[in-house]
Write a protein that binds this ligand. Structure first.
Ligand SMILES: CC(=O)N[C@@H](CCC[C@H](N)C(=O)O)C(=O)O
Length: 378
């Protein structure tokens, strides 16, 4: 697949972002592109809204996998790009259009140049939520194709094109979503004493929650709690009966994650007592940390540096989450940041990775898989 075709593929995918497990058009588009490739040694399996493509090797010693996530985010795009989203209120604001394009570029190379080892291409739905990696990993389809090692990348707008970032060990945090409904009693704004105002309860809880990271977590550890969405009330002169708070928690160990959850529950109990209200709490999707296997990561770094395929920066751990962590919990591998140079960060309505990063990724990954560099460490 040449650069023009890859650009066209990326733009087509960018136009049709879909939420987790709703990636029907995206799946159909991927299948149509895959169908154009030489089929002689490809086996295509559909799993829910995902796709698994096995490129059968000539003389396989190992089966390795390359994974790309597929879903978009509920963000109204403001990039002004010619190929902006045609799905109102949805956007590829986390670069999964680029991830899929790179995977298709790699797959097209190995459809035309048969690899020695088996390479499994994993197009995984629902990374942003509710999490496609774990159910895919547990599916019969994946079990049947299970690889010996697995790799992935994630675009990083803060790194320049031509640079990749990674580290052995923990790269991304453990995550837990947070959905809270506070339920009180609504009423007339002029008679607060006859109602139970959930705007005030919600505001109090949000302030209290800020003390968890600063006062309960060991200062030498790291954690994040972000409330990203708050909804309450219906009109300015009606006391709100309900408040809904939606957020996410991040921690570098499962113990710290348990501590965060415990403190959230205590503060909710306190809020319920203080405001004489009730609450419902749901932790939504939880992701396992991304742990890069040391030997595979180090040999990848050496390979990229020795062959001057990209500039490598050893980056600190980030508090981002990725359900790719579930694959890495069971299968050795790594994930790296791919420099994609955009003035706006991940999840921003104006985030637009530079298309040139696709070529860099392929420049690194085609020889990595062709030369079976991973074999040194498996
Ligand atoms: C790379 C990235 O931005 N990943 C997402 C993963 C979402 C996890 C989950 N839905 C949550 O919100 O906790 C991230 O927000 O880090």
């Amino acid at each position: 697949m040449d650069t023009t075709r890859l650009t066209d593929v990326r733009q087509s995918l960018h136009r049709i972002p879909e939420l987790g497990f709703e990636e029907h058009k995206t799946q159909a588009f991927l299948l149509s592109v895959i169908a154009e490739l030489p089929q002689a040694h490809l086996e295509v399996t559909v799993w829910r809204t995902g796709v698994l493509v096995l490129a059968r090797g000539e003389s396989p010693a190992r089966r390795v996998a390359y994974r790309a996530d597929m879903d978009g985010l509920p963000v109204r795009e403001e990039t002004g790009a010619r190929y902006a989203s045609v799905h109102d209120g949805m956007m590829h604001a986390c670069g999964h259009d680029v991830h899929m394009t790179i995977a298709l570029g790699l797959l097209s190379h190995f459809a035309e140049h048969r690899p020695m080892d088996d390479i499994l291409f994993v197009f995984q739905p629902a990374e942003e939520g509710p999490g496609g990696a774990l159910p895919m990993l547990q599916s019969d389809e994946f079990k049947h194709l299970r690889p010996d090692a697995i790799f992935a990348l994630h675009v990083q707008p803060e790194l320049p094109v031509g640079q990749i970032g990674l580290r052995p060990g923990i790269l991304f945090a453990n995550t837990s979503e947070l959905f809270i409904d506070l339920v009180g009693r609504g009423g007339h704004a002029a008679f607060p004493h006859r109602a139970n105002d959930m705007v005030v309860a919600g505001a109090q809880f949000i302030s209290a929650v800020q003390s968890i990271v600063s006062r309960n977590v060991d200062p030498l550890d790291s954690a994040v709690i972000t409330i990203g969405r708050l909804e309450a009330g219906t009109k300015q002169n009606i006391i709100a009966e309900r408040a809904r708070l939606e957020g996410t928690m991040r921690a570098l160990s499962s113990d710290t994650m348990e501590q965060l959850k415990h403190r959230v529950e205590s503060l909710l109990e306190g809020t319920a007592k203080m405001f004489d209200c009730t609450y419902e709490l749901d932790y939504g999707a939880n992701y396992h940390q991304v742990w890069n296997e040391e030997r595979l990561t180090e040999s990848f770094i050496s390979f990229v540096e020795e062959n001057a395929l990209a500039r490598v920066e050893r980056v600190p751990t980030a508090m981002t989450g990725e359900d790719f962590g579930y694959f890495l919990r069971e299968i050795p591998g790594f994930l790296f940041w791919l420099g994609a140079q955009s003035p706006f960060g991940l999840h921003h309505a104006r985030m637009l990775p530079d298309q040139a990063c696709v070529d860099v990724a392929l420049k690194v990954l085609v020889p990595y898989f062709s030369e079976r560099v991973y074999l040194q460490s498996l």
